[in-house]
Design a protein around this ligand. Structure first.
Ligand code: NAD
Length: 341
């Protein structure tokens, strides 16, 4: 059986990535949509042969409880709307995937987790790179210390934002700026390569080129460092003001391993001090959604649970606190969840 997925929010990511990926998945398929736009509803209905009864708007969404064709609700809305729609999907008794970052605050994340627990349904965050071969190789090399223990990591991810999706610079809808949107990949990559959580963070905001305009409510960029118990560190950067290298690198006493480009939907390339990784680029979102469907069908735990989403929001908040105070901030109270290979 292929599980039915309903996409909530038909913006760039749903249109450009998730809906096409759901044509390639084996264990799940696009079965429904939730949109505020009658034009999009008509277009998608035709393009993907969706039956009328599987098309909802934001008001009728709760009726999805009565629809056995929808097994999984995938929330692809601005970050500030994630909690409401995850909680409503939980009340409708559906399994849920929620896009990253999970929510603007840890408190909302906890509410989402407890709503999903109460519903007794599976819950994951849209962390596609955990299912991607280059990133899985970084996890393997780092966690198994193939080249020796990691002494230093570097992660950069950022782009020049052109305001095509204005919610991304709206504090309430985005929860923050590039750190929430792009920096989260650095935090994630560093942790699954090192195989440990940091013990503290320090951070500094980048100069803001447009404090009265584009970056009135959110930061234009952040440089931060994550410190680990063994004395190793990760130096990270994110920005909406400049195109940064998309890069994840780990250095050991014996050598290095690195991905560049590291965080895109395809075209990833990896190398170690011993040579190129020569790994395949795969349809990431199809793998990610099929893995979740497999977890639902076979009652397995997901590698990217709500608790990991909460962990990352707690870390991002610690980084904001470090930037605001100029102080080192302890991360010892962050929920301890790791993706161990
Ligand atoms: P987008 O702006 O293109 O899409 C957002 C959708 O939400 C639109 O269809 C919009 O109509 C709808 N919407 C409903 N209420 C809205 C409101 N009040 N304000 C603005 N839009 C509203 O954004 P996107 O790039 O598709 O991002 C959507 C989600 O997907 C975000 O959580 C984002 O972080 C995530 N995302 C994840 C990845 C990934 O690689 N995992 C990539 C891109 C986006």
């Amino acid at each position: 059986k292929q599980l039915g997925v309903a996409l909530v929010g038909l913006g760039k990511y749903s249109t450009g990535q998730l809906a096409p990926a759901l044509q390639q998945t084996k264990l799940c398929k696009l079965a429904g949509i939730v949109t505020g736009s009658p034009e999009k509803a008509a277009k998608w209905k035709q393009q993907y042969s969706l039956p009328d009864q599987n098309i909802y708007d934001y008001k009728t969404f709760d009726r999805i409880v009565d629809n056995p064709a929808i097994d999984i609700v995938y929330v692809v809305l601005p970050v500030g709307m994630h909690a409401e729609y995850v909680e409503r999907a939980a009340r409708a008794g559906k399994h849920v995937i929620c896009e990253k970052p999970m929510a603007p605050t840890a408190e909302e994340c906890r509410r989402m987790i407890s709503a999903m627990q109460k519903a007794g349904k599976k819950f994951s965050i849209g962390y596609r790179l955990h299912f991607e071969p280059h990133h899985q190789e970084m996890m393997r090399l780092g966690q198994q210390q193939t080249l020796g223990p990691i002494k230093r990591l570097v992660a950069d991810n950022g782009f020049r934002f052109n305001n095509d999706t204005p919610w991304r610079v709206d504090k309430e809808l985005a929860g923050g700026g590039p750190l929430m949107d792009m920096g989260i990949y650095c935090v994630q990559g560093v942790i699954y390569t090192k195989g440990q959580l940091p013990v503290s963070v320090t951070a500094k905001l980048a100069p803001n080129p447009d404090p009265k305009g584009l970056f009135k409510e959110v930061e234009a960029g952040v440089n931060w460092q994550m410190q680990f118990a063994d004395g190793s560190v990760a130096d990270c950067r994110t920005s909406y003001a400049e195109n940064l290298n998309s890069r994840l690198r780990a250095e050991t006493a014996k050598g290095f391993m690195e991905l560049q480009p590291a965080f895109g939907y395809g075209g990833l390339q990896g190398r170690t001090s011993q040579g190129p990784m020569n790994l395949e680029n795969v349809p990431q979102q199809a793998r990610q959604m099929d893995d979740f469907a497999d977890c639902v069908l076979n009652n397995k735990p997901t590698r990217v649970p709500g608790e990991m989403g909460l962990r990352d929001v707690q870390l991002l908040q610690a980084i904001y606190r470090a930037a605001a105070t100029g102080q080192k901030v302890s991360t010892k109270d962050v929920v301890a969840v790791l993706d161990k290979t």
